[in-house]
Design a protein around this ligand. Structure first.
Ligand code: ADP
Ligand code: MG
Length: 259
């Protein structure tokens, strides 16, 4: 088992953002974590990636308890994440962004960033379709390109070998429908290269037809976990989130679920 979450609890004062969540993600699966706004998806991600310490419960990665490991330690063990709002180094070019991450941020004043991993970094950009804007400063990239760059950065930060897990918080958030389809195509490509993927999503067109499996959170609890088609028919999920009229539709034309 690649990732295992046992009885995860996170309180913010009186708010129970996570109220005893259990699930497993086997190596190589592409799993979507969905649920209404405030369901606890981002909190769950932050507990998995190490930005937040859970109030109770444990997180295991490849059988090892990593609950008390820092985000940086988790990354060196093969876990990386992206954020709901793209996080890049705004003042650097797309290529320099990747070079910096590939250098593991360990640069001395005498190091020239341009000399660090230029070939691999360009390949990283190629793999997300950004090689043609390699020399554009991140702040000047359109938002869709920044989301792709963030994906490239998360991948570049992972070790070359061993099991790898990519945690993506709303990878397609803020993108136009066609851009969303392209982004989710990229996520599928990453998964097909053997990287385990767990992502949150709010637009169902980026879930059904993309994920191998769907987990549903509501009010900090897991209410469904299984095959996408079965989850789409689950009465509790339809009642509480998808809507009774929900029907599966292909990417690009999918329905937008209300918050
Ligand atoms: P989702 O990502 O599913 O929309 P979140 O994990 O962001 O949900 O939030 C879950 C609940 O926890 C919400 O009620 C939210 O208001 C609360 N919450 C999240 N982060 C914090 C925080 N840093 N401080 C206080 N409350 C928070
Ligand atoms: Mg969120």
């Amino acid at each position: 088992m690649s990732l295992r979450v046992a009885n995860l609890v996170k309180h913010f004062g009186g708010v129970k953002a996570l109220d005893g969540v259990d699930f497993e993600v086997p190596a190589g699966q592409c799993v979507a974590l969905i649920g209404p706004n405030g369901a606890g998806k981002s909190t769950c991600f932050a507990c998995l990636a190490g930005q937040l310490t859970p109030s109770a419960g444990r997180v295991f990665w490849q059988g090892r308890d990593i609950t008390d490991r820092s985000a940086a330690q988790r990354m060196s063990l093969g876990m990386a994440r992206t954020f709901q709002v793209a996080q890049t180094f705004e003042a650097l070019t797309a290529l320099q962004n990747v070079q910096l991450v590939r250098s593991r941020h360990r640069l001395s004043w005498w190091d020239r960033l341009s000399a660090r991993f230029p070939q691999q970094s360009l390949q990283d950009l190629q793999s997300v379709g950004l090689d043609r804007v390699a020399d554009t400063v991140a702040a000047d990239l359109p938002y869709g390109a920044r989301k792709r760059l963030e994906l490239a950065l998360a991948l570049a930060g992972l070790p070359e070998h061993g099991q790898r897990l990519l945690l993506l918080d709303e990878p397609a958030a803020g993108l136009a429908p066609t851009e969303r389809a392209a982004m989710m195509g990229l996520v599928r490509q990453v998964a097909s290269r053997g990287v385990t993927v767990l992502y949150t999503e709010h637009n169902m067109d980026a879930v059904f037809g993309v994920a191998d499996r769907v987990l549903v959170l509501m009010q900090g609890r897991k209410v469904a976990d299984g095959d996408p088609a079965a989850v789409a028919l689950d009465p509790q999920v339809r009642e509480g989130y998808l809507g009774r009229d929900f029907a599966l539709q292909p990417l690009q034309e999918g329905p937008h679920v209300r918050s």
